[in-house]
Write a protein that binds this ligand. Structure first.
Ligand code: FVT
Ligand code: MG
Length: 334
C-alpha cells in the first residue's frame, strides 16, 4: 500500500524541484557571478604589513599593489577600491593631505590606470585616514564633526582623485550635501563620466574595528565614535531618506554598509529606488567568518559563497568584499 495523505493527493511537492542537481540549477532564482565583485585593497606609504584581525589581508606598497591588481585582472574581477594607510607624520587635524594631487591614492590610481586601463578603479572619499583625530571630518573644540567645512575638503579630495583618472569616487563620510557639491565640482572640471557611488546608508556599526586596524586609524580615534554622522543601527526609514537625498544630489550608485546585518535595508533600497545598489561586506564580517573558518567550524568555500549569495537575493547588484579573489576562484571552478 503506498503511503497516502488524508484528503487530497499533494499535487504540489516542492521537493520534486530539489531532487536532482539539474532541476536545482534550472530553478535557481539568483546567481552570484564574478561580475558582482569589488575588491578592497589597502595601500601603504610604509612597509607591507599583515592585518592581524583580517587574516589574508595585507597593507601593500605600490609594488605589492600592482601584483594584487595583476591577480585581480586575471581573475576577471571588474573593479577594486583603494584605501590608504597614511604616514602618521602626514596626519593633521584638517586632513590637508587628503587633497594632495601627488598623494598616495592619486599615485596609486595613475599607476593602475597606466597598466590596466580597463579595470574599474574606485577610491574612498573620506578624511579618516588623514586626520590626526581619526574622525571623517574636521572638528570643533568639542570634537564635533563640522559638516560644511568637511565637504569643502572632500570636494578637493574628489578632484585630486578624478584628475588622477579614477573611475568611481565613493564618499563614505556621511556629511549632508556632499554628493551635490562633489557632482557640481566634477561637472565644472570636465569629469562628466566620473561615477559617484555613495555610501548612502552607512551605519554607526561595531563591525568596522578590523578596518581601523588595517588603516592605522584606531589609535587616532581612541574612544571617540562616529554616531553624530553615521546612521543609528536601529533605523530603516532614515536610511531610505539618506538614499533618496543622495540620488537627488547626483549619485549614480548607492551603497549600504555593513552588509549581512543590514540585508533588510538593502532589500528596501532596491525595492524602493530600483537603482544600482551595492553592499559593503565589511571587515568585521570578514573577521567573523575567517575566525570560524580557521577554527574548522565553517567550510570556507560554502560559507563565502552562501554569504555573498545573500546579497544577490536581497537585491544587490554587487558587493565590496575582502573575499572577492577567493569567490572569483570558487566561481570559476563551480
Ligand atoms: N570607508 C570604508 C570603511 O569604513 C570600510 C569598513 C570595513 O571594512 O570595516
Ligand atoms: Mg547623506
Amino acid at each position: 500500500m503506498p503511503h497516502s495523505f488524508p484528503g487530497h493527493y499533494p499535487a504540489t511537492r516542492l521537493r520534486r524541484g530539489r531532487a536532482h542537481d539539474f532541476a536545482r540549477r534550472l530553478s535557481r532564482e539568483t546567481k552570484l557571478s564574478v561580475d558582482d565583485l569589488i575588491y578592497p585593497i589597502f595601500v601603504t606609504e610604509g612597509e607591507p604589513v599583515n592585518v592581524t584581525a583580517m587574516p589574508g589581508v595585507q597593507r601593500h606598497t605600490l609594488d605589492g599593489l600592482m601584483r594584487e591588481i595583476t591577480d585581480v585582472v586575471a581573475l576577471g574581477i571588474p573593479a577594486v577600491v583603494l584605501f590608504p594607510v597614511i604616514d602618521p607624520d602626514k596626519k593633521t587635524p584638517d586632513a590637508e593631505e587628503a587633497a594632495n594631487p601627488d598623494g598616495l591614492i592619486p599615485k596609486a590610481v595613475r599607476a593602475i590606470k597606466r597598466e590596466f586601463p580597463e579595470l574599474g578603479v574606485m577610491t574612498d572619499v573620506a578624511l579618516d585616514p588623514y586626520t590626526s583625530h581619526g574622525q571623517d571630518g574636521v572638528i570643533d573644540g568639542d570634537g564635533y564633526v563640522l559638516n560644511d567645512p568637511t565637504v569643502d575638503i572632500l570636494v578637493r579630495q574628489t578632484l585630486a582623485h578624478a584628475d588622477a583618472g579614477v573611475d568611481i569616487v565613493s564618499p563614505s563620510d556621511m556629511m549632508d550635501g556632499r554628493i551635490k557639491a562633489m557632482r557640481a565640482a566634477l561637472e565644472q572640471n570636465g569629469h562628466v563620466n566620473t561615477i559617484i557611488m555613495s555610501y548612502a546608508a552607512k551605519f554607526a556599526s561595531s563591525f568596522y574595528n578590523p578596518f581601523r586596524e588595517a588603516l592605522g586609524s584606531a589609535g587616532n580615534l581612541g574612544k571617540a565614535d562616529k554616531r553624530t554622522y553615521q546612521v543609528d543601527p536601529a533605523n530603516t526609514d532614515e536610511a531610505l531618506r539618506e538614499v533618496a537625498l543622495d540620488l537627488k544630489e547626483g549619485a549614480d550608485m548607492v551603497m549600504v554598509k555593513p552588509g549581512m546585518p543590514y540585508l533588510d535595508i538593502i532589500h528596501r533600497v532596491k525595492e524602493t529606488f530600483g537603482v544600482p545598489t551595492f553592499a559593503y561586506h565589511v571587515s568585521g564580517e570578514y573577521a567573523m567568518l575567517k575566525a570560524a573558518i580557521q577554527n574548522g567550524w565553517l567550510d570556507e568555500r560554502a560559507a563565502v559563497l552562501e554569504s555573498l549569495g545573500s546579497f544577490k537575493r536581497a537585491g544587490c547588484d554587487g558587493v565590496l568584499t575582502y573575499f572577492a579573489k577567493d569567490a572569483a576562484r570558487y566561481l570559476a571552478s563551480n
